[in-house]
Design a protein around this ligand. Structure first.
Ligand SMILES: [Zn+2]
Length: 194
């Protein structure tokens, strides 16, 4: 075989190997594109579900039947919100009671006992309401302004309401003796039963 022919054949072999590499590279590129599209659609689906479901965050940890008990010197925080027949009650103002479970007008319950009377099981929601000038029992919620709501009282829509408590999205009873835990999300309400 003349040398030039051999060279041509080799060249052809090299060219076809190059083409093989190119098509492998092409497949790789398409795979990468597919991965990116797949990842983006997953993100899209997550964003979609978060967007249609903003009002119902997944519940946090269930309240423990044996709560941690605060001691003098501790300083815990739990966020709180109160609604009456669906209407939010404005945040209570900065504390003037001197009670060790109170708020500073920031939407937080501060559990910072300085004595046993405000610590442990005493640092409960009823004592918090007392610090604001209101009261809380199992069936009555009285706001500092004197408005008082007792189970079976009627909401403006004519339906009887009931005192209720959600902690981190979980319904909790008993209510008045609940001991807020550091990081809790407390939602106290007087509302018609669903
Ligand atoms: Zn604090």
């Amino acid at each position: 075989m003349p040398r030039s022919a051999r060279r041509a054949k080799g060249g052809a072999r090299q060219k076809s190997r190059g083409a093989g590499q190119a098509s492998r590279r092409g497949r790789q590129n398409w795979l990468n594109v597919a991965y990116v599209v797949f990842a983006l659609s997953l993100v899209g689906i997550m964003v979609f579900f978060l967007a249609i479901n903003p009002a119902s965050p997944s519940p946090g940890p269930s309240p423990s039947p044996s709560p941690l008990l605060s001691r003098p010197g501790d300083h815990w925080h739990a966020s709180y919100a109160i609604t009456i027949c669906g209407t939010p009650v404005p945040q209570f103002p900065d504390d003037t009671s001197g009670i060790g479970i109170h708020t500073h007008g920031d939407g937080q319950i501060h559990i910072e006992p300085e004595r046993a009377a405000d610590a442990g099981y005493n640092a409960n929601l009823a004592r918090f309401m007392t610090s604001t000038g209101g009261t809380l029992t199992e069936d009555t919620l009285q706001l500092p302004d004197g408005r008082k709501y007792t189970n079976s009282d009627l909401c403006p829509d004519g339906r009887p309401g009931q005192v209720g408590l959600l902690v981190n999205g979980h319904e909790v009873r008993p209510i008045a003796s609940y001991v807020p835990q550091n990081g809790d999300n407390i939602a106290l309400s007087f509302a018609p039963l669903p």
